[in-house]
Ligand binder design. Structure first.
Ligand SMILES: [Zn+2]
Ligand SMILES: [Zn+2]
Length: 226
């Protein structure tokens, strides 16, 4: 992530910041130009108040380029959900920033658009995964204690919210940019040399739905590489 600066005092400001800690200037991240600008009343929308989303809104809609990708959000009448969702959206904005910076498409050849559902497991289990552009994240992953216990249980030292998003969106771009192209052959070679690098999407047996079940890795290492 590159550095961002307050347009008033030129002090360095974190990517997620709504206000400059040096001069108190209200900040807005200009998603068209990928830089911090001064907040104008007319381009502040709902999610700035609710979860501190500091992104600009392009067009007349109520949501920024990241928030508008949400298909489902958690029940906001529960305060804990609001706090956890705020963390989820901070990670998601970092993902969407990268997708914009890299000018990656958000729509597949079949017309599937990248979308997100952030679900609470209060009323049943939620599997973090991807299917046809829809990325599902269990809200509990934003709870540091919950995520840490899963990180240890599944032996995933780099388990983070942003890591989840990058992993799941990788399925989308694998299908769009790699599968069925000449690039596929070079991945086959990598997996023959380093079978532990085989991810759940590599041999297609999880059908694009990751359950973060580490037995996938053991199975995939045994599975024939196409
Ligand atoms: Zn400032
Ligand atoms: Zn937003």
């Amino acid at each position: 992530m590159r550095e961002f600066h307050c347009p008033s005092c030129r002090g360095q400001v974190p990517f997620e910041q709504c206000e400059c800690t040096s001069c108190g200037n209200k900040l807005l991240f200009d998603t068209a130009n990928l830089k911090m600008v001064r907040l104008q009343d007319e381009n502040s929308r709902d999610n700035r108040e609710i979860i501190g989303c500091n992104w600009s809104v392009e067009g007349m809609g109520p949501y920024c380029a990241s928030c508008c990708l949400n298909r489902t959000i958690p029940n906001l009448s529960v305060l804990r959900n609001v706090l956890l969702w705020k963390r989820v959206e901070e990670a998601k904005r970092r993902l969407v920033y990268d997708l914009r910076r890299l000018q990656l498409p958000l729509v597949s050849r079949n017309g599937d658009h990248i979308a997100f559902e952030i679900l609470s497991d209060e009323s049943g289990p939620v599997l973090t995964g991807h299917r046809s552009g829809l990325i599902t994240l269990n809200l509990a992953e934003a709870d540091d204690v919950e995520r840490e216990s899963r990180r240890i249980a599944f032996r995933e030292p780099y388990r983070t919210l942003l890591g989840h998003f990058r992993h799941e969106v990788g399925h989308f771009y694998w299908d769009l940019l790699v599968e069925g192209t000449k690039l596929r052959a070079s991945f086959n070679l990598i997996w023959r040399v380093r079978p532990k690098l085989v991810a759940c999407d590599a041999v297609g047996f999880c059908d694009g739905l990751c359950r973060f079940d580490r037995s996938h890795l053991a199975d995939s290492a045994r599975a024939p590489v196409r």
